[in-house]
Design a protein around this ligand. Structure first.
Ligand SMILES: C[S@@+](CC[C@H](N)C(=O)[O-])C[C@H]1O[C@@H](n2cnc3c(N)ncnc32)[C@H](O)[C@@H]1O
Length: 202
């Protein structure tokens, strides 16, 4: 019988075949990238942490053990089959069906203000396969809901930086954020990836 993780991989691949630009990868991210993505969750600080595009939970698996009673967490996922998998895997957590372009609405549903209320966004979104209007329709509200000094942590592949939409996205980031830090290339991910930590002006 197939293991739960191989079933998740098959669902991931099936959804990629249906909607390659939305899913943006043929397989979930690996553990080394996931650990680098979640290092901003500070156990000593009250934080609102929101995951964008969790897929089948590659980063969620690394987020969950770091969460304490000082943290609020919720996620927004556009592919209904993935959101359903996550609700079954992590009962008691909120995985909203929909687009992160509507993050302000999801903040209100969570009962938190739709301005300056999120400390950390951990994003699995495939930015390099999004056209500019979609990139901006996600970044504009993201900047409004982030607290001053709040952070977006996202990742990119080498190939993504070579694609036109990817190149434009990385050039756009300093327009939105006061600082953008690019990690060393994480080679132990297929494909290798960088983590970008983008901080909103205080
Ligand atoms: C590259 S996959 C990443 C999944 C997972 N975080 C990982 O790293 O394995 C991108 C995910 O973003 C989701 N997604 C794409 N556009 C979205 C949007 N506008 N709002 C929310 N999720 C979105 C896709 O459905 C998919 O699950």
């Amino acid at each position: 019988m197939a293991s739960p993780s191989s079933l998740r991989r098959s669902t991931f691949l099936a959804e990629f075949i249906k909607a390659p630009f939305r899913v943006g990868a043929v397989a979930p991210s690996g553990k080394h990238l996931a650990q680098a993505m979640v290092s901003g969750i500070d156990p000593g600080r009250d934080m609102v942490v929101v995951e964008y595009g969790p897929g089948t939970g590659a980063f969620t698996d690394a987020i969950m053990p770091r969460l304490t009673e000082r943290h609020r967490y919720f996620a927004v996922e556009l592919t209904p089959a993935f959101a359903q998998i996550l609700r079954e895997r992590f009962p008691g957590r909120n995985f909203y069906d929909g687009s992160v372009a509507d993050i302000e609405k999801f903040c209100r549903e969570e009962g938190i203000p739709d301005r300056d209320s999120i400390d950390l966004v951990i994003s699995g979104l495939p930015w390099a396969s999004f056209p500019e209007p979609l990139q901006r329709s996600i970044l504009d509200p993201l900047l409004r809901v982030l607290k001053p000094g709040g952070q977006l942590v996202t990742f990119g592949y080498h190939i993504g930086k070579m694609m036109r939409d990817g190149r434009r996205f990385y050039r756009m980031l300093p327009e939105y954020f006061q600082t953008v830090h690019q990690s060393k290339l994480i080679l132990r991910n297929i494909p290798p990836a960088w983590v970008f930590t983008c901080t909103k002006k205080k």
